[in-house]
Ligand binder design. Structure first.
Ligand SMILES: [Zn+2]
Length: 183
């Protein structure tokens, strides 16, 4: 997102976020930029992650082989998991969330908040980790986002998240894998 769009998002953010507990960032402990730049401080030593967002392109049959049916449906078919079904919605340990398709780190635990929606929710991402597109599946257009490396669909981003970004990345838990900082 360029700076102009970013400011537009901030300006359009509602005064109060949606229900749920507030992330550390809301208490003014750290800035979003710090959380983004220091994301590796939450990465477990020797963790199996993709180290670059260099595109990973595989044939559909190969994705089918690699992924569970539920992960395939979300990542490769833009499906949506049932709310409240992912254990990652309740995951509160320090660590990093990677794409279930290609292991690219997308979010850290410090970027997560409890949105009360039943889907893991984040107010920002690791820099450059996701790309976005418009989605017209429902009547109102939504902003779809996906892994920058494998293109796997992750979820939708809304502008009713908590301060200071005002963003809510509503993620399918089955499209993520969690790596706790200490194992
Ligand atoms: Zn990926």
């Amino acid at each position: 997102m360029d700076r102009r769009n970013w400011l537009k998002v901030l300006a359009s953010a509602p005064l109060a976020g949606i229900a749920g507990s507030w992330p550390a960032i809301a208490k003014g402990e750290r800035t979003v930029e710090e959380l983004q730049n220091n994301w590796k401080s939450l990465l477990a030593e020797g963790a199996d992650v993709a180290n670059s967002s260099e595109p990973l392109k595989l044939a559909d049959a190969e994705w089918r082989k690699r992924l569970s049916p539920a992960a395939y449906d979300v990542l490769r078919r833009e499906g949506t998991e049932r709310s409240g079904t992912s254990p990652l919605d309740r995951e509160k340990r320090p660590g990093v969330f990677v794409c279930a398709g290609c292991r690219l780190p997308l979010f850290t635990s410090a970027m997560k908040f409890d949105s009360g929606t039943g889907w893991p929710s984040f107010f920002t991402t690791i820099p450059g980790a996701v790309g976005t597109s418009r989605d017209f599946k429902l009547i109102l257009p939504r902003t779809e986002y996906h892994c920058a490396r494998c293109g796997g669909h992750q979820g939708h981003v809304f502008d009713d998240g908590p301060a200071p970004t005002g963003l809510r990345y509503c993620n399918n838990g089955v499209a993520l894998a969690f790596i706790p900082k200490t194992g």
